[in-house]
Design a protein around this ligand. Structure first.
Ligand code: ADP
Ligand code: ZN
Ligand code: ZN
Length: 668
């Protein structure tokens, strides 16, 4: 083969043709990683095809081959091609996402990974059993259907719907074991590995060294060596976050996507793929089975199951018929009327915390806002202290004694005098986790209290330390953001308090009700995991909302029924597919002009009217880091209608008159 089709990690279409010099003839294969000259630069590219002839004159040669054997096989090429088509990236960008950066660096420098870096502080709970548990009838039913598909090498997507503690993980474990017996490998995706140490521990306990863990915080050389263990076939089971879906396993038989509804499966950079949907595609290409597991399936997945595209399997009860915790909704409007102020803790919440701490039980308090005061304004003139570069208000952080922007690195000293009217009526409002922590100290001086959020855990190892201390009951009350909502299983936690259920509900996003229901259900799942029973207290100013009411009764079906009719009425996903375009620039008029003119062009080309174009509208944070941001939303019953139209009108252009355009297919 004398000629190669090469794609590169840039937003350009391709593939581009290069000749294969004789001395490289043996080494250049489909899937090879090569160096090519592209314009004035030398870039890394991937060979996606070979051919004996080529019509192009003055063709340039491949400069060098970077890998000894191709890292990308035919199936991975097909998968990345699909990603690039579906998520509107170049093929080279999609391949690049599939090969970890550390592997690419190692190849380029033609050296092996540098000296071994110190090992992670990995939390090792010992509560994972190494033996299979005998499945209950529902688990058995699920396992029978899953095993049958694995045996027949039949691609099928199972939606495993069960509350926390209903035995989903045990179904994953036994399905993986079955695949392994049949000589087939498995991938288990978890939303964020550092937040699910107990799950990982259970997989390790059952499968030992057959497992490779692709930790999101793994250091470079460890990541490279785990990848090598997978590539060589030594590890046949991979547990990891989003990008683990590209693990170079052979003979894939099963992909598990735990907490399939989680937004962390969506990659925010190009290619903006959703690992759940990539998982389904990868499994389809390998005739593998997919298990999507969740207590609160995404509307998309549950709808697909209702329509028969996925197979719904339900685990309706907790193991040992352990009861779900009782959920009490506290109407904070009443508290407001009674106390004439906005209390952080309602009386019932305060009483329950007091009682449980006294009885030597544990409490989790949840609030999805960091910092101390989340809003600072002048009571005289109404001035709000906001970031100089973003239009969001600043948050006061007690620990650093600074006013901080949560969207950029802006910080300033706190103020007592209003910058606008010079009055001294500046007031600090709003409640973040730091204030909750400090109020807890005030009300419960003898309790041992800890806080867990990204402020308290950015130092390596602190996160694990807090969890271990909580596990060993050296902490009575744990306060945190959604970091503590997931996956934790602490039997002595009898009370979970949601300080405010309204933060997520008030976001300007059609998924805000879904997010709220998911979060409340998940947080509630942290209570009553042992024999002591459990109680959840949700404080809210909108107690009647169906997301909150459904969380109270643990009723997914009720929530789904309400939400799906709302989506249908407004033709929102899953009834339509959506692509969002974001326009960013320093000058707002320019941003708007580019957005409007692109909209016009799209409307003109949209002859069959199968794409519905909404906007331009300011982005939820309409100015960030000094740039203005506007959105266009494109809806259609097929993603291909939208991306086809965009390819026609916009092509690979990412910039117009200084305005940057980003395209997000199925944003979340
Ligand atoms: P989920 O993943 O749905 O939260 P798990 O699989 O973690 O549920 O199960 C909850 C608890 O019940 C775990 O402690 C698990 O070991 C136990 N368990 C699961 N299946 C069984 C079973 N068939 N028999 C006994 N205990 C089980
Ligand atoms: Zn003022
Ligand atoms: Zn800012």
């Amino acid at each position: 083969m004398k000629f190669a089709d090469v794609v590169i990690n840039r937003p350009v279409e391709g593939p581009f043709s290069y000749s294969v010099p004789d001395e490289l003839g043996e080494q250049v294969k489909v899937g090879s990683c090569v160096q090519v000259s592209f314009g004035p630069r030398n870039l890394t590219g991937y060979v996606v095809g070979l051919s004996p002839k080529c019509d192009i004159k003055n063709i340039k040669p491949i400069t060098s081959v970077l890998d000894r054997a191709p890292l990308i096989d035919e199936k991975m090429l097909e998968l990345t091609k699909w990603i690039s088509d579906y998520y509107y990236s170049s093929w080279g960008e999609a391949i690049s996402a599939a090969v970890p950066a550390v592997i690419k660096r190692t190849m380029k420098s033609k050296r092996r990974a540098k000296k071994e870096e110190p090992e992670e502080d990995e939390i090792r709970f010992i509560d994972g059993s190494d033996k299979h548990l005998s499945p209950n009838p529902e688990q058995k039913h699920a396992l029978d259907s899953i095993k049958k598909c694995i045996d027949k090498k039949k691609h099928e997507v199972f939606l495993l719907h069960g509350v926390t503690g209903s035995g989903k993980t045990e179904v994953y474990l036994q399905s993986i074991a079955h695949a392994l017996e049949k000589g087939r490998s498995s991938i288990i995706l978890v939303p964020e590995i550092s937040l699910t140490p107990q799950t990982v521990a259970r997989f390790r306990a059952r499968f030992g060294d057959k497992i490779a863990v692709l930790h999101s915080r793994l250091l470079g050389s460890r990541r490279a060596s785990e990848w090598q263990r997978i590539f060589s076939g030594e590890a046949q089971i991979v547990v990891g976050a989003r990008s683990a879906i590209f693990a170079p396993l052979k003979n894939l038989g099963l992909v598990v996507v735990d907490e399939e509804h989680e937004t962390s499966y969506k990659q925010m950079d190009v290619p903006r793929y959703n690992a759940r949907d990539v998982a389904i595609k990868r499994a389809e290409l390998s005739n593998a089975v997919v298990i999507l597991g969740s207590a609160t399936p995404s509307l998309e997945s549950f709808y697909a199951a209702r329509k028969g595209r996925y197979t719904l399997v339900e685990l309706p009860e907790r193991i040992d018929a352990r009861l779900l915790p009782e959920v009490n909704i506290i109407d904070m409007r009443d508290e407001l009327t009674k106390t004439k102020r906005f209390p952080i803790f309602s009386l019932p919440l305060k009483n329950w915390i007091e009682k449980d701490v006294r009885e030597d039980k544990q409490v989790i308090l949840f609030l999805n806002r960091r910092g101390f005061s989340t809003f600072i304004s002048c009571r005289k003139c109404g001035y709000v202290l906001s970031c100089k570069r973003c239009n969001v208000s600043l948050t006061y952080h007690f620990h650093t004694k600074k006013l901080t922007c949560h969207h950029c690195s802006y910080r300033q000293d706190p103020v007592d005098i209003c910058p606008q009217c010079n009055s001294s009526y500046v007031k600090y409002w709003g409640t973040g986790t730091e204030k909750v922590e400090s109020e807890l100290h005030r009300f419960f001086p003898s309790a041992r209290i800890a806080r867990m959020d990204t402020d308290s855990t950015h130092k390596r190892g602190t996160h694990e330390k807090v969890l271990t201390n909580f596990k060993n009951h050296k902490i009575d009350i744990l306060v945190g953001t959604q970091m503590i909502a997931k996956g934790l299983d602490f039997p002595k936690v009898t009370l979970v308090g949601v300080v405010s259920a309204d933060t997520a509900l008030n976001l300007p996003d059609f998924r805000s009700a879904e997010r709220t229901f998911n979060l409340l259900t998940q947080v509630a799942g942290r209570a009553g995991r042992g024999d002591l029973g459990g109680r959840v207290i949700i404080q809210t100013y909108t107690p009647g909302h169906y997301a909150i009411q459904s969380a109270k009764t643990h009723d997914y079906n009720n929530f789904y029924a309400k939400e799906i009719s709302f989506r249908k009425e407004l033709d929102l996903p899953p009834f339509s597919h959506m692509v969002s375009l974001t326009f960013r620039g320093r000058k707002e008029e320019k941003v708007l002009k580019v957005a409007n003119s692109l909209k016009d062009k799209l409307e003109k080309r949209n002859r069959s009217k199968d794409v519905h174009i909404v906007g331009p509208a300011p982005a939820p944070i309409s100015r960030m880091k000094g740039t203005f941001r506007w959105n266009l939303f494109l809806k259609s019953d097929k993603v291909e209608n939208i991306t086809g139209l965009l390819r026609n009108v916009l092509g690979t252009r990412k910039r117009e008159g200084g305005v940057i355009i980003t395209i997000d297919v199925e944003p979340c």
